[in-house]
Design a protein. Sequence first.
Length: 237
Amino acid sequence: MTPLLRGAADPVLGSLAASTKGSLSRQLGWHAAASEWDGRAAALVLPGLAPGGAAGDSAGTSAGPDRIDAACDAMTGLAADALGVGRLDLARRLLGRTRALLGDDESARVRARIRLCWVSAETALAAGDAAEALPHAEAGLRLAEAAPSVRHRVKSTLLVAAAAAASGDRERAAALAETVAASADEHGLLPLGWATAMLSAGVAATQAQRSSAAARARSYEQMILQRGGRFRPAGTC
């Protein structure tokens, strides 16, 4: 990834590489650092783009991601970064800009729409609005179930579990969390496994279950650290 970040001739490729770096930072809690990468990603592809796209951009063809796809990655990343530092109004504005870029055809740019559902659900959860979060999360899962990415299905299910927990449906949340935990283990999705264990600890019905989930979270954290991940310490940016 480093050569791409240092000077990709293709702005779309460079933008997607920067967004990926931002995502990796954000998964470990470094939202402020992630925003620098996502801002760089946006700067490479946003100039000249109008809502719904611009002349010369493909519509999510088999040729691969285009400027709109890359711009949506950058914008949803920036929204998640803003959410992580408590700037909910900014997150909502950025999500609105992403929706405008995507347009009304829900069959197009499905990956970008799934990510939009994720961050929309997370923003609503951060605002304490579980009633708004759950439909966003469920919409993301419906899209993900028809898409090829295992990770997208697993993360979408995790967000439905989180929204269900916030809505008071702890039984549904716990059942979905167990499903996500099994999939995360099967496919080596360590950050999602860690997040799922944290959720499970919060919705567990008994102290024994809470302790077991907390132990799983610590185990995932150690595996992430061993592979070079570095969690943001509490109280830092």
